[in-house]
Design a protein around this ligand. Structure first.
Ligand code: SF4
Length: 367
């Protein structure tokens, strides 16, 4: 059985986030003690994404970005245990697929993701029929069903490597158009003379793809009954940032560097010093101790791990929160431990296909 967690220490860390008052922390602390007690009683593991509220990140056994959560599939400590996935649904599915012997539960099944809702299997199959020699690369923010019919999965931490190592022409990136544009722009060498297409949206009953070099659109008709839930696969949080969010900080000269997640629009990416996923942000700041005042353009609760990793630096953000990630809270986290709900299950055939795409990603990135 694991050691009891130092909940008072978590209380001190919460105070340092400057996000919670002492009164609020007094309400949070007993909830954390109860979660810790239940976790020990059930020998369960809590896994949380970096965009969860700070108390969840601090009580969790594992905190990470999508790649780190996927890599947990190779951690034998987890397999067979009850896993509370305090994440969004596609991540919980991925944890289940990679830890098939574990019971995986999610505190709220409505914790979805606008990127995942913007793509479905029918759309992928129509793209596949139209480009039979292509490789279809799916961003990790996709459902298990979509992962099961693509060639490989990628994350913000490894997309460049994956794309460079795939065969096929064209390379087609789905479903996040902004992410695809920002990533392919970085690949200036080793393009192998082939085309790179990005899924853009569903418009007038057609799948719209864009050639990322010529910016020309190519369309494929899609049956009305086959439409994805949302007409495009972008992130509702990152697409709300605009260059205007950055201009004022630049004009006042109050920050040393500006970093952004690749899900922001290309117009925002143009204005910043470094574009990279969550772990790349952390390693970039580790490599640059001279940056003391940092503007970060990503989900607001990413401030917690950044402040934890670099307590002596100052972080600024035009704060935007993800409503999907906020579906999880301390109350439904405790409930998921008590009642072991809501269980995440994946059809075996879908799990088999999705696991193949995830393992291809891990293989191409040397894991
Ligand atoms: S922040 Fe964006 S990408 Fe992440 S879960 Fe929310 S909607 Fe999806």
């Amino acid at each position: 059985m694991r050691k009891m967690t130092d909940i008072d220490e978590i209380g001190r860390k919460l105070l340092n986030t400057h996000k919670y008052s002492r009164d609020e922390i007094e309400i949070i602390i007993p909830k954390l003690r109860e979660i810790d007690r239940l976790r020990n009683e059930k020998d369960a593991v809590i896994m949380a994404h970096y965009y969860q509220i700070p108390p969840i990140q601090l009580i969790a056994d594992r905190v990470g970005d999508s790649l780190a959560l996927a890599l947990a599939g190779h951690d034998s400590y987890l397999n067979g245990r009850l896993i509370i996935s305090s994440t969004v649904y596609f991540m919980a599915e991925m944890i289940k697929i990679l830890n098939p012997k574990s019971k995986v539960v999610i505190p709220d099944t409505k914790a979805s993701c606008s990127i995942a809702e913007g793509m479905n299997v029918s759309t992928v199959m129509r793209i596949r029929e139209s480009y039979p020699d292509s490789s279809i690369v799916a961003y990790i923010n996709t459902t298990a069903e979509v992962k099961s019919v693509v060639d490989v999965v990628c994350t913000s931490a490894n997309a460049d490597t994956i794309i460079k190592n795939m065969d096929g022409n064209p390379i087609i990136l789905i479903p996040d158009y902004f992410f695809a544009k920002n990533i392919v722009k970085r690949i200036t060498d080793d393009r192998k003379g082939r085309r790179y297409l990005a899924y853009k949206m569903i418009r007038d009953g057609n799948i719209v793809l864009e050639d990322l070099d010529s910016c020309r659109e190519e369309t494929i008709p899609l049956d009305k009954t086959d439409m994805p839930l949302l007409p495009e696969g972008t992130c509702i949080v990152h697409k709300r940032f605009t260059p205007v969010d950055i201009y004022e900080y630049k004009r006042l000269g109050v920050v040393d560097t500006i970093i952004a997640h690749p899900e922001v629009s290309p117009a925002v990416a143009e204005e910043v010093d470094m574009v990279g996923g969550t772990n790349k942000m952390i390693s970039h700041l580790r490599d640059h101790p001279e940056f003391k005042r940092i503007l970060f353009i990503t989900e607001c609760d990413m401030a917690a791990p950044l402040r934890e990793a670099f307590p002596e630096r100052e972080f600024f953000t035009p704060c935007r929160l993800c409503d999907y990630m906020r579906k999880n809270n301390l109350d439904n986290l405790a409930n998921s431990l008590i009642n072991e709900e809501y269980e995440v299950t994946v059809d075996p055939d879908i799990a088999y296909g999705a696991r193949r795409s995830l393992e291809r990603m891990l293989e191409l990135t040397g894991f």
